[in-house]
Design a protein around this ligand. Structure first.
Ligand code: PHE
Length: 379
């Protein structure tokens, strides 16, 4: 990734200030500057790598087609290293130094929650491709997302468990992730209100490697299934350790499982487990297969949900820039808010008055070492 650093001597800064220059780095007005914050490294690196690949693909396509408003799009990508704290720092940097007209990202809800108030205060429209915690867009009227939210996702998985006759479920939550904490809450609420019983509740923190104590406690409750609401890294280890302890109950989870690492690390322990997601690359709709083919040719792997959502988030932004005929904050904000029935790769996207998208979810399972589509659940 290209990063340019300008070292400006203090004397020059003082001079610039004296002459009332607001910035020493001249922004390039011949392009439209767009910022992207992504976890390209660290604990959830596949999230950022995939969403970035999708976003970049949308940028390349629009630039090849002549750009927007007579200009090329310049994407400024910053890696937050999957770190809470870092997402806010790089978001601020993009806004102040790169003079971005809009901000794309993050995938993880906790990091989007950090960026959202910054974008809102600066009047820079932000679109999260994949953060599903409801609080993200509550930061204000400049903050949008192109995915469904967790009250829906939690309900989808609770209904699914009940439909399988799994009435006793144990829960494992990553207490360091707003996403996991929220998803657990929404799952529990629906499950308990619809005849299910929670037979054990345990938690851990992102980065943990040993889950034996929690799993031993969970085993005592003899659950029919275990709802593991965290991200793929820990979930894969949880599955392996559960099987080692003789726990054969299937694991259930949400979109945070979506990563090639889930099966690479979890292996056989993931067989027969289920998770909800935004998209299946097995969907035979021509537009989806066209995207899958293009992506695979470029990246040598099939796109996951983040890749498709990254692509959709950028395309929705470009569509709004075109309709606004401007990258001016308020005009662009209004145009994004007016997004209706946009035919995305992840479904038809209409942004509601709360700046969220209402879309179906898919349920995927792991079978013979592969992620396989099982069903689509409408909102
Ligand atoms: N929904 C997750 C979150 O809000 C992020 C995610 C989206 C992960 C899609 C994988 C796929 O934190």
């Amino acid at each position: 990734m290209k990063r340019r650093h300008f070292v400006i001597p203090t004397a020059a800064l003082t001079l610039a200030a004296a002459f009332g220059l607001s910035s020493c780095k001249k922004t390039d007005d011949s392009v439209i500057n767009i910022g992207e914050v992504a976890a390209l490294t660290g604990g959830t690196a596949t999230f950022g790598q995939s969403s970035h690949n999708g976003t970049q693909m949308a940028v390349d396509e629009i630039n090849a087609a002549g750009g927007l408003l007579g200009k090329q799009i310049k994407l400024h990508t910053e890696d937050d290293q999957s770190k809470q704290g870092e997402a806010g720092i790089v978001a601020k940097k993009l806004i102040s130094r790169s003079k971005i007209s809009a901000l794309l990202g993050e995938v993880a809800s906790g990091r989007s929650l950090e960026m959202a108030p910054i974008a809102q205060a600066a009047g820079v429209p932000m679109i999260s491709p994949a953060s599903t915690n409801p609080k993200v867009t509550e930061a204000g009227d400049y903050v949008f997302r192109v995915c469904f939210i967790d009250p829906f996702q939690g309900t989808v998985m609770s209904k699914f468990a009940l439909s399988k006759g799994w009435k006793k479920v144990a829960i494992l939550t990553d207490s360091k992730q707003d996403y996991s904490v929220g998803l657990t809450e929404f799952f529990k609420k629906h499950f308990a209100a619809n005849g299910g019983t929670i037979v054990g509740e345990q938690s851990y923190g992102s980065g943990d490697k040993d889950f034996k104590a929690q799993l031993t406690a969970i085993k005592g409750g003899a659950p029919d299934a275990i709802f593991a609401s965290g991200y793929y890294n820990e979930v894969a280890l949880i599955a392996v350790q559960a099987r080692e302890l003789g726990v054969s109950a299937p694991l259930l989870g949400g979109d945070g499982w979506d990563s090639p690492s889930l099966i690479e690390v979890g292996g056989d322990a993931m067989e027969g487990c289920y998770f909800s997601n935004h998209f299946s690359n097995e969907d035979q709709a021509p537009a989806i297969q066209d995207f899958v083919k293009k992506y695979e040719a470029k990246h040598g792997a099939k796109p996951d949900a983040m890749a498709a959502l990254g692509y959709d988030s950028a395309k929705i932004l470009f569509d709004a820039i075109k309709r606004a005929n401007s990258v001016d904050g308020p005009a662009l904000r209004d145009a994004i808010a007016a997004t209706k029935e946009y035919e995305g790769i992840t479904g038809k996207i209409t942004l509601d008055s709360q700046r969220n998208a209402t879309k179906p979810a898919v349920i995927l399972t792991i079978k013979d070492g592969k992620v396989v589509y099982t069903e689509t659940i409408a909102p």
